[in-house]
Structure formats: C-alpha cells, structure tokens
Design a protein around this ligand. Structure first.
Ligand SMILES: [Zn+2]
Length: 208
C-alpha cells in the first residue's frame, strides 16, 4: 500500500542506469531529518553487526558508516555477488527528508568486469576466434553485469526505504478463548488447539 505516510523512491537517471553499472536514486521520506538519520544509523549498525555468512552461503552482509547527514554502505559482501558502493546524503525537503543516493559497482568489481572483457578480446585475437562472437559475448557479459547491479541496487534501496519509513506497527495478536467445550481463536472464532502459536484459520499469531 502506497500512501503519503510512506517514503517514495524515484530514479533521476532511469536511462543512464540501464546503460552503465551506476544508479542515482532519491528517496523522499515524510519523516523529519533527525528521525530518518536515527533510523538509518540504527539500520547501518544492525547491518554491521550481522554475522558473516558461511563460506558456501550467498547471504548478503553490508558494512556502512553513518556520519551527520551522510552515509556510505558497502555490500553485499558475499560469495558470487557483485559488491556495490552506496553513498547517501540527507537533506531537508518540503515533504520531510530527501535522501540522495548514488550506487555504483565497487572499483575492484568494475576492474574485474573490465578484465574479463580484455581477456576475452586477447583470447579471441590469439586463437582467431570470430570477432562477431566476441562482440556477442561481450554484450552478454555487459548486460548481465548491468542487470545484476540493478538487482543489487534495488535490494539496497529496499533496506534504506524501510529505514526511511515509519517504524513498523506492533504485530496484531489474537487470544485463545474457551467456549466451554473447546478453544477458539479470539479473532475469527475458528477452533484451534490450546497450545497453538497461530490460528490455522486466519493465520493471526496468538499472544504468548
Ligand atoms: Zn483465527
């Protein structure tokens, strides 16, 4: 559900971001800058404290720093995933707070991608591989890289959007009530087990 109480995100260079592994986005939050700053600092602190994923895991880890009205975020730090360098600047906006975001492929990964292209060309020249096919392979690598960066950028933006929004409402809890002969869900009235943790009918969790 989109409403004015939720932060909005838009891309300032939608075309450019499809052409190069770089993205510039703006999040507009209805909350004031101090609140957004505190929530972002807490999010970055939580990301920094997350345990390192196992060797074979592709789970993401992010490392960031928050200072005054700007922050940086590096990640995902994971196997087989491109790492992005994200920088954000907070500004006061008529609607609340504006977060200017630049997301780009981390330098080491950019060099790696360029190295793959150079290797492909060198290899093709040495073995006299048809250049049309090399061009095709290069385009494929290029599109795959751009799409992957776009995907990782949206993962990061999702996390920042959460931090720029109002804190989540406490989860609704239902109670288990007795009707004399059995136990019922207080929300929907369906019969449940006395030790159930959630209602099998309406899926509401029961307060412990
Ligand atoms: Zn129920």
């Amino acid at each position: 559900m989109i409403s004015s109480s939720h932060p909005l995100v838009y891309s300032t260079q939608p075309l450019l971001s499809w052409l190069i592994p770089y993205d510039h986005r703006v999040i507009v939050s209805p909350l004031d800058q101090a609140t957004v700053g505190a929530q972002l600092a807490a999010t970055i602190e939580r990301l920094n404290a997350a345990p390192a994923p196992g060797w074979f895991s592709s789970d993401a880890r992010y490392e960031g720093q928050f200072a005054g009205d700007s922050f940086t975020l590096n990640g995902p730090i994971a196997n087989r995933r491109f790492r992005l360098h994200t920088r954000g600047v907070l500004r006061i906006d008529p609607a609340g707070t504006r977060i200017d975001l630049t997301l780009r492929l981390a330098t080491a990964y950019l060099l790696l991608a360029l190295g793959q292209v150079a290797f492909l060309w060198a290899w093709a020249l040495i073995v006299h591989f048809p250049l049309v096919l090399v061009l095709f392979l290069n385009s494929f690598l290029y599109i795959a890289t751009t799409l992957t960066v776009k995907y990782e950028a949206s993962q990061i933006v999702q996390r920042l959007l959460q931090a720029a929004g109002p804190p989540p409402e406490p989860e609704a809890h239902s109670a288990i009530v007795s009707d004399g002969s059995g136990w019922r869900c207080g929300a929907c009235g369906g019969y449940v087990r006395r030790d159930a943790t959630f209602c099998k009918h309406c899926k509401q969790p029961f307060a412990r």
